[in-house]
Design a binder for this molecule. Structure first.
Ligand code: SF4
Length: 411
């Protein structure tokens, strides 16, 4: 297929596809899905080899959020029967983080529900970061605490944070359909604050909220422009008790096309399969490793994932290897720009120019992988047809172990 050959060539050169090319990837048929995976897999292997980075979520504060993100089980008015608890103490959080690290994770993602942290919250998280780094200096710590105020990113950086996650989630045009209590511009501003403070930015999306192909392409191109180091791709987990509980649009093949399109648009960026991996990709998860170079190990913020040992078996069986702490995740040109610290993001290459969830699970304002949107209207292309299969509600389990409970975490 000429389209795929063109996209591979562009991906190897870090050149952006056109919008039409990205849309064409999403429009390919199920008959072509293996060709699409093979093509995007070449780009993935060029920049990231066969390595898979493991990330581990620690939900520092769960539920009771005043914001109204429709996809989120922690939102204002959510009837989802999730765990609800206030801030974990630093020793509790570092114990949870240690479980993830011993399971193979090289990054720990500290997530808290809420609009954004108070300065006291930044103090708490700073203490937690220090406790984690004291145990294991080499572990990467990403904070995901919502919208940042001036100076907070710098304080997190000083405390030892390596990265900050805040997802764009969906296109600017439809953002108001999923959340009314903050804006798309607020989210962009927080990603820019993280960049400016020298934090590695992590920002991604949620697919499956009823959005159109145009919306998906828009948000991925916006991410390319924002130039994060990592892009988590969440697949909506329609949690009972949220406004989007009935939004089951995704098939495994569509998830693969979305990941492939993201890889072509952001070829040299850490693309992470985030929340919804087990629910929507199901037995096709191993194929997605040919597209993404990063996953979450174990459970998500409010829902349970595949057993940690199953994640590891899947990676080995598919012919991939877990990325070690001594290995650099990003390609050399991006890693060296990052080590230049603040302001060095504008090297023009990479996932775009100057160009970071939690979500899915990930967090706070990342995108707790929960919700969806009720068919946002996009002008040109209608929302994709509903999947013909039955919703797999049997695969959605509320998290009942790990952080905030007395039970051992899944890692
Ligand atoms: S995504 Fe974050 S801000 Fe939005 S409702 Fe969930 S916890 Fe609150």
């Amino acid at each position: 297929m000429d389209l795929l050959n063109t996209l591979v060539d562009k991906g190897l050169r870090r050149e952006s596809p056109t919008r039409e090319e990205a849309l064409a990837v999403l429009a390919t048929s199920d008959d072509d899905v293996l060709d699409v995976v093979a093509a995007a897999g070449k780009v993935r292997r060029h920049w990231f080899g066969r390595r898979v980075k493991l990330n581990y979520l620690v939900n520092l504060k769960s539920g009771l959020c005043p914001e109204d993100c429709s996809y989120c089980s922690q939102r204002l008015g959510s009837k989802a029967e999730i765990l609800k608890y206030t801030w974990l103490k630093p020793d509790q959080a570092s114990a949870a983080a240690a479980a993830g690290v011993s399971g193979g994770a090289k990054r720990v993602c500290l997530v808290a529900s809420g609009r954004g942290p108070t300065d006291r919250d930044v103090d708490r998280v700073s203490e937690t970061i220090k406790a984690i780094k004291e145990q294991n200096e080499s572990v990467e710590v990403c904070a995901c605490l919502g919208l940042l105020s001036d100076g907070q990113a710098e304080r997190l950086r000083e405390a030892g944070a390596d990265a900050y996650n805040h997802n764009l989630n969906t296109s600017e045009a439809t953002y108001g359909d999923i959340t009314t209590t903050h804006t798309y511009a607020d989210r962009v501003d927080t990603v820019n604050k993280a960049h400016a403070a020298g934090l590695s930015a992590c920002s991604g999306l949620i697919a499956g909220m009823g959005e159109s192909d145009e919306d998906l392409v828009d948000v991925v191109f916006s991410l390319r422009e924002l130039d994060p180091d990592s892009v988590p791709v969440n697949f909506l987990i329609p949690m009972e008790g949220t406004p989007l509980a009935k939004e089951w649009h995704l098939t495994p093949q569509r998830c693969l096309r979305i990941l492939a399109m993201t890889r072509f648009v952001c070829p040299d960026v850490e693309v992470r399969i985030a929340g919804g991996r087990e629910v929507h990709l199901r037995t096709m998860q191993p194929l997605a490793l040919h597209l993404a170079n990063s996953i979450f190990l174990g459970d998500y913020l409010t829902s349970e994932g595949q057993a940690g040992h199953k994640d590891l078996e899947m990676i080995a069986d598919a012919g991939f290897e877990v990325e070690g702490t001594g290995e650099v995740t990003l390609p050399e040109h991006r890693a060296s720009a990052r080590s230049g610290g603040c302001g060095s993001h504008t090297d023009g290459g990479g996932c775009g120019s100057h160009a970071d969830a939690g979500g899915a699970g990930a967090g706070g304002c990342g995108s707790h992988a929960g919700g969806g949107v009720c068919a946002p209207a996009s002008a040109s292309t209608p929302a994709p047809a509903r999947a013909t299969e039955e919703p797999r509600t049997d695969l959605v389990a509320v998290r009942r172990r790990g952080a905030g409970t007395d039970l051992a975490p899944n890692a």
